[in-house]
Design a protein around this ligand. Sequence first.
Ligand code: ADP
Length: 454
Amino acid sequence: MFKKVFVANRGEIALRIIRSCKELGLSTVIGFSEADRDSLPVQLADEKICIGPAPASESYLNIPSIVGAIEITKAQAVHPGYGFLAESIQFVEICKASGITFIGPTSNNIQLMGDKALARKTAKSYKIPVIAGYEENMLNDALAHARKIGFPVIIKASAGGGGRGMRKVNTIEEFVKLWNTCQEEAKASFGEDALYVEKFLERPKHIEIQLLGDKKGNIVVFPERDCSIQRRHQKLIEESPSPSVSAPLRKKLYKYASRLAKRIGYQSAGTVEFLADSDNNPYFIEMNTRIQVEHPITELVSGIDMVKHQILVARGDKLPFSQKDITIRGHAIECRINAEDPSRNFMPSPGRIKKLILPGGPGIRVDTHIYEGYTIPPYYDSLILKLIAYGMNRTEAIYRMQRALEEIQIEGVATTVPLHKRIFNHPVFLSGRYSTKWLENFLASEQEQEKKEA
Ligand code: ADP
């Protein structure tokens, strides 16, 4: 049984992991890069050790350095958070060979779901619906299939993630060119250039199911999250439950997600992602084999600490609840606050936080690693704060979020707060009838308006 957990991550998720460890009576060690020496998780962990210079390739992605740090500090388990090494088969296997418990799924789980084309095939073989498409990495055959299913289609990198490595293709003529662009991008971003093709859905909803699996074969699924408010395929706002998912659709989503997790013997926190078309038919798109950024809304709605149970199942514990214990208790919404300037095409805005006033009061949760005087380094993801509102129902959660967005003050860097304020006052968002297309259209229309006024 492990007593000391190594946190192989940074920022808000590192802090989130430390908090659950503390509540479980586990001691923590954080591995930090030179750029993160003054960060909050480094201050709050029981022990700290530097794992390398600022660039992630030399620190947070540096397996020999991290494994060495785990051994030096005598930690018995490692939590990878999200991003970095969370879905690295190589890291999971090295941990196993070194007797370190990896707080996450098995390497086999990651292998099956990490490759998105293989994940599609696997889901199909379990009779889980997928969008019409073609999984083989063969240009000519892919083009032939694209013609058959009809344009527009979307070319995706099998190793893709974070909304990168995909391209919408509107016509036959641009297919080959965009295939090549995607291939180059995939190679540069993920080190692998395999691609696959799907029919492009015009106004889908992104709906996902968080689940927990233990090592005894138990799977519990949680109320869906709607993550359709996106920019460049990246989530900006998530809510649970989804304003557009009916009880029968929820039942289907639960059934497909738990079938997939059971059939692959999934053992950890994970998320099965779906797109729902305009007729509310769900299609599997991928599975994330890690804890996700948006897990807090599920925690608020279900009353279950996802990170704590992820740690406990890694220790070999049986899940202490079953499917019948899971109900929807109210409504939760999360705003991802990034240090980016929405008025300058979302350019990253690192720098020193000169003033910070955090919102609070009933139903507000803030997950963040920033504090007044902290300097946001330029090397990593621009997520600096997750503002989460909870209410008895969607209306109350929205009122609370609107209030919290008025209360929050972050000075010294540009943030996405002004954009969140506009979204939370927009009739389409308030109606709940939005698709993955909506935010991009809204931003484009705002730009148009600005041009006219200029
Ligand atoms: P990633 O692994 O990079 O997160 P996903 O496959 O999960 O990529 O897709 C991310 C987003 O891209 C989706 O939420 C959706 O907005 C868009 N998308 C993906 N596949 C399709 C599709 N077939 N049609 C329309 N939009 C899609």
